[in-house]
Design a protein around this ligand. Structure first.
Ligand code: C2E
Ligand code: MG
Ligand code: MG
Ligand code: MG
Length: 285
């Protein structure tokens, strides 16, 4: 095992300076070897159930471990992997890795935890996506009810008919489907009606200005109403403050996620947290 990383510690490269540009090109070149070299790693961010304050499960978030270069944010390399087509292979690696994580938890703990997996558009529309998801989870003997696939609205908006069918077949098997970053994409309400998703994830950009911003609050209330009327669950992402946690508790949201509760954790730390599941992560008062 490599030395323990501080949870959530990685380089964002938010501001690109001129001197960094040469290393960008180098990064792009070495990204092609990252899977082979075992440089990808999954971190797991807790999802907290609002009613009890208990751990509901995790979202798997990929990091690229550059050793001394630190962790590189998926916000930068996922689009690159989509461009060069590697996202399909990396995507399968992610699903395999999550299956192994779920099995580790099942072996250790008496109760189950769900794990969310982000699926990019390129992956989702790949012709063998469904059969590959089924075969990977089957060969790992995973209960599909423990797997939540997070897709964005844009996936549904590009190939509507196919998306509707793919989601339906996943649901028939017992997988759940979350619409990620809800409210930031292109989906129309018409398609939303036809997609058999399970959960809406309210995007962090609506959460950031809360409390205190009436317009954001109105939008968030409307999304929550919409989800409830459609009989969907709600996950709120990017909850950073106690005031926000309290607000969403009042608004009766099902599951909260954000730095207020926990940053994404290494697998080791996630397993430890799951082991302490009897304790509340942080009570919402
Ligand atoms: P996402 O799926 O919407 O994930 C939420 C992002 O917000 C994560 O960033 C997470 O670390 C961050 N986050 C969570 N809570 C807070 C908070 O309270 N405050 C702040 N400031 N940030 C918070 P991350 O890990 O950098 O991932 C960014 C995006 O990259 C993800 O957005 C997702 O679209 C993509 N991504 C990450 N992992 C994967 C993956 O395994 N596969 C695919 N296809 N995409 C991934
Ligand atoms: Mg996500
Ligand atoms: Mg999200
Ligand atoms: Mg988001």
């Amino acid at each position: 095992k490599t030395k323990k990383q501080k949870p959530g510690h990685f380089n964002f490269f938010d501001s690109t300076t001129q001197s960094e540009l040469s290393s960008w090109a180098e990064y792009e070149e070495s990204l092609k070897m990252a899977l082979e070299k075992g440089e990808f790693v999954l971190h797991y961010q807790p999802k907290v159930s609002f009613e009890s304050g208990d751990l509901d499960g995790f979202e798997a978030l990929i990091r690229w471990n550059r050793g001394e270069g630190g962790f590189i944010s998926p916000g930068w390399f996922i689009p690159k992997l989509e461009e060069n087509g590697m996202i399909v292979d990396v995507g399968y690696w992610i699903i395999e890795e999550v299956c192994a994580f779920i099995n580790k938890m099942s072996a250790k703990f008496s109760r189950d935890f769900k794990v969310g997996i982000n699926i990019s558009a390129k992956q989702f529309i790949n012709s063998t996506f469904l059969s590959d998801v089924f075969s990977i989870t089957e060969s790992n003997r995973i209960d599909p009810r423990l797997v939540d696939l997070e897709i964005t609205e844009n996936i549904a908006a590009t190939e509507v008919t196919k998306a509707i069918e793919t989601i339906q077949r996943l649901r028939e098997r017992g997988f759940s489907i979350s619409i990620d970053d809800f409210g930031t994409g292109y989906s129309s309400l018409k398609y939303l009606k036809e997609l058999q998703f399970t959960t809406l994830k309210i995007d962090k950009s609506f959460v950031d200005p809360l409390p205190g911003d009436d317009k954001s609050l109105s939008i968030v209330r409307s999304i929550i109403d919409l989800a409830k009327n459609l009989d969907k669950k709600i996950v709120v992402e990017g909850v950073e403050t106690e005031d926000q946690a309290r607000l969403f508790k009042e608004l009766q949201c099902d599951i909260l996620q954000g730095y207020y509760f926990s940053k994404p954790l290494s697998e080791e730390d996630a397993l430890q947290l799951a082991g302490e599941m009897d304790k509340q992560i942080k009570p919402i008062v």
